[in-house]
Design a protein around this ligand. Structure first.
Ligand code: KPL
Length: 304
């Protein structure tokens, strides 16, 4: 298959290299380069599935985008709209568009921008980062789940296998919003706290964070249940604790965004939770406080 990856951040690069084992991969990026070289490596924990290799890809060629059967959008949630505006004119209406980002809240915009295309959302627990410009390091394994959000995407279950062949485990979901909500709960708990306290994910296992983590999970559970995905705060807290332990040595993406004074995904994580809570008249003070604290940090980036 011909696949275009939109965005050349760590996640886009990781999937590009992995999908290249069976498919022809082309990148679409903001810098308009014509070629992209990516050196992929893995930590000792993942090296058995991520041998070191350097990959060469074509980039930013409208004819390659037009002939793609699948487009995988890996930019951050707040960049999705601008990214789609930039490639939309070259997109075939039959091309399946897979959106993979942290957080929720972009679905209406994407559906309105691409009314004809099959639209699929994905959430991944694969972890990667870019130690330098051309390098991507695969630092953690985890499941990837994907599923369609419009009628045009109904017959696209085979994409589950395509992604599974590249980087398992990956499964197709009949209702992708349920796993997206579960991942949102994990991000609501881990991302803002690790950004505010400038710590690794594993430090959240300390007792001083216990009350706040429980409060966050309780609030997300209430909103999730009101949205039609019944779950308890205790269940969400267990999932959060599992991720804190499994990724103990990692810095969350929001921690890294704040460290490098980049815009964070807070509006699509705690911000999305707060907006859904408001429609159900549910008060979410723990998440509200974290959202405000991160917004304040972003506002003062250039003060020092
Ligand atoms: O998704 C993540 C992120 O960093 O954005 C978690 C799950 C918190 C892992 O670090």
């Amino acid at each position: 298959m011909n696949i275009t990856i939109i965005g050349a951040g760590a996640v886009g690069r990781l999937w590009g290299c992995k999908l290249a084992a069976h498919h022809t991969i082309h990148f679409w990026t903001r810098d308009n380069c014509q070629k992209l070289a990516i050196h992929l490596s893995g930590t000792s924990a993942t090296s058995s599935i991520t041998p070191e290799a350097t990959f060469q890809f074509d980039a930013n060629q409208p004819t390659l985008l037009a002939s793609s059967e699948v487009v995988l959008v890996t930019v951050k949630a707040f960049q999705v709209e601008a990214a789609i505006q930039a490639f939309k004119a070259h997109l075939n209406p039959d091309t399946a568009v897979v959106i993979m980002h942290n957080g929720m809240g972009s679905q209406q915009t994407v559906s309105a921008l691409l009314p004809e295309n099959p639209i699929i959302y994905a959430t991944t627990s694969q972890a990667a980062f870019r130690p330098s410009e051309n390098d991507v390091r695969h630092t953690g394994l985890g499941p990837t789940l994907l599923g369609g959000i419009n009628p045009q995407a109904e017959d696209y279950q085979a994409l589950g296998q395509l992604f599974d062949d590249a980087l398992p485990p990956c499964t197709w979901q009949d209702d992708i919003n349920q796993p997206l909500w579960r991942k949102l709960a994990i991000n609501c708990a881990i991302n803002p706290l690790t950004a505010l306290h400038n710590c690794k994910n594993g430090e959240l296992a300390r007792s001083e964070f216990n009350r706040e983590l429980t409060g966050i999970c309780q609030e997300v559970a209430e909103v999730m249940s009101a949205e039609g995905y019944p779950i308890t705060g205790t269940e969400l807290r267990q999932q959060v604790d599992t991720v804190i332990n499994a990724t103990a040595d990692n810095f969350s993406s929001m921690n890294q965004d704040v460290c490098h004074q980049r815009q964070t995904e807070i509006d699509y994580i705690s911000g999305y939770l707060i907006s859904r809570a408001a429609t159900h008249n549910i008060s979410v003070p723990y998440n509200q406080r974290l959202w405000q604290a991160i917004k304040d940090m972003e506002k003062h980036y250039h003060d020092q």
